[in-house]
Design a protein. Structure first.
Length: 135
């Protein structure tokens, strides 16, 4: 079932009912088998429709909401949101060229991939990361 796509409970530590720190087994129990699974050493990436889960040593450290995910952050940011709307909400939004991602200063772990398809800048991906789970 794709109920996770409709979850509006996105916090800065969860997306679609999956929490940073969830184990591999918890993710599978909550979402079922992924559409795609890639393993490389201590890392695993689980791909679902509209949601990607990244694990290290079997623990979730990053979640990515992508096209198809309709939940929102606590402040109402969503995949597909227009640039003018997010920049009005967060005028302090900054681009980090090293990470190739946009961030809101003061909100740790929340990032955005913003692109300009057909000359209309929109959020393509919302990422929630917690580096304490990568140790």
């Amino acid at each position: 079932t794709k109920d996770y796509l409709k979850r509006a409970d996105n916090t800065l530590e969860s997306i679609g009912g999956i929490n940073l720190g969830d184990s591999y087994d918890n993710v599978i129990a909550k979402l079922g088998e992924p559409l795609k699974e890639n393993q490389s050493g201590e890392y695993a990436n689980l791909t679902y429709n509209g949601l990607s889960v990244h694990l290290k040593h079997g623990i979730t450290f990053q979640l990515e909401a992508e096209e198809g995910y309709i939940g929102k952050t606590p402040d109402g940011v969503y995949v597909g949101m227009r640039w003018k709307d997010i920049s009005a909400k967060y005028p302090e939004l900054e681009f980090n060229g090293d990470l190739d991602f946009w961030f809101i200063p003061g909100i740790e772990g929340l990032g955005f991939d913003i692109a300009s398809p057909r000359r209309r800048m929109r959020i393509l991906l919302i990422s929630v990361t917690c580096l304490r789970f990568t140790k």
